[in-house]
Design a protein around this ligand. Structure first.
Ligand SMILES: Cc1cc2nc3c(=O)[nH]c(=O)nc-3n(C[C@H](O)[C@H](O)[C@H](O)COP(=O)(O)OP(=O)(O)OC[C@H]3O[C@@H](n4cnc5c(N)ncnc54)[C@H](O)[C@@H]3O)c2cc1C
Length: 210
C-alpha cells in the first residue's frame, strides 16, 4: 500500500465501509485485500481458482491475510457481476474442482461443481489476475518494430537489447521468464541495461537481437 497520504485517502474512499471482493490468488491479490481491509473495508473476499494450499502468493502474505480476517473463497470463480446501472452491487460465483488433479492450476483445468453456486453482496471488485504491458507503451514499441513474446512482453537478450538497435528494455515489461516481478529485479534490470547502453554508445559494434 502506498505511503502517499493523498493516494491512501483516494483508495480509502473506494473501499472504506464497503464489502470488497478481490479476484486472484497471487501476491497482488493478497496485497490488495489486506490493504482494502486496512483502509476500512468491512468484508473482504479473495476469490481464487487455486485451493488454499495452492495459492501462488507468498506464505507470509497469506498468513497476514488470515490475521486480517480476509475471507477466502478458494477453488471458486466469478460467473456474473451485478450492478444497478451506476455501481456494482454483487457477484455470483461457483465453486470449482480440478479436472485433472495435479494438472495445471488454470481455468482450462477447472470445472464448476453443481449445487455449489454462491452470491456475495459487494460494493467494489478488484481484479488481480495478472498484469500486462500498458497499451500506449505497447503501441509505441510495436510501432518501432520491437519484437515481443509471451503476454506481449518485450524480448531482450542478456544485455537488455531489444530487436531494434539502440532500444533497451527492462522491468515488468520484458519477457524474462521470472516467476515474480519485483522492484529489486526492475532496479537490477535498469542498472545492467544502463551499463549496456553505455557500452552501446561507446562501442563501434552496435546491433540489436535477431
Ligand atoms: C499491487 C502491487 C503490489 C506490489 N508489491 C510489491 C512488493 O511488495 N515488492 C516488490 O518488490 N514488488 C511489488 N510489486 C511489483 C513491482 O511494483 C514491479 O515489479 C515494479 O514496479 C516494476 O517496475 P517497472 O519500472 O518495470 O514498472 P512500473 O513500476 O510499472 O513503471 C512503469 C512506468 O512506465 C510508465 N509508462 C507506461 N507507459 C508509458 C509510455 N507509453 N510512455 C512513458 N511512460 C510510460 C508508467 O506510467 C510507469 O510509471 C507489486 C505490484 C503490484 C501491482
Amino acid at each position: 500500500m502506498s505511503n502517499d497520504p493523498k493516494l491512501r485517502a483516494k483508495a480509502a474512499k473506494l473501499v472504506a465501509g464497503k464489502n470488497v471482493a478481490v479476484i486472484g490468488g497471487g501476491s497482488v491479490a493478497i496485497d490488495a485485500a489486506v490493504s482494502a481491509k486496512k483502509l476500512g473495508a468491512v468484508k473482504v473476499y479473495v476469490i481464487s481458482l487455486e485451493g488454499l494450499d495452492e495459492l501462488p502468493a507468498d506464505s507470509e502474505e497469506i498468513e497476514l491475510a488470515h490475521k486480517s480476517n480476509i475471507i477466502f473463497k478458494p477453488q471458486s470463480r466469478v460467473t456474473n457481476i451485478k450492478g444497478d446501472g451506476k455501481k456494482i452491487t454483487g457477484i455470483d460465483g461457483v465453486e470449482t474442482e480440478w479436472i485433472k488433479k495435479g494438472g495445471p492450476l488454470a481455468p482450462a483445468n477447472a470445472r464448476d461443481v453443481k449445487g455449489c453456486e454462491f452470491s456475495l453482496k459487494i460494493d467494489a471488485l478488484i481484479h488481480a489476475i495478472g498484469s500486462r504491458v500498458e497499451d500506449s507503451a505497447l503501441e509505441t514499441l510495436k510501432g518501432a518494430g520491437v519484437k515481443t513474446g509471451d503476454g506481449n512482453r518485450t524480448l531482450v537478450d542478456g544485455t537488455y537489447r531489444t530487436s531494434v538497435k539502440g532500444v533497451f528494455a527492462g522491468g515488468d515489461m520484458i519477457a524474462s521468464g521470472r516467476k515474480l516481478n519485483t522492484v529489486a529485479a526492475a532496479v537490477y534490470d535498469g542498472k545492467t541495461a544502463a551499463m549496456a547502453i553505455h557500452n552501446f554508445l561507446t562501442s563501434t559494434k552496435k546491433g540489436g537481437i535477431k
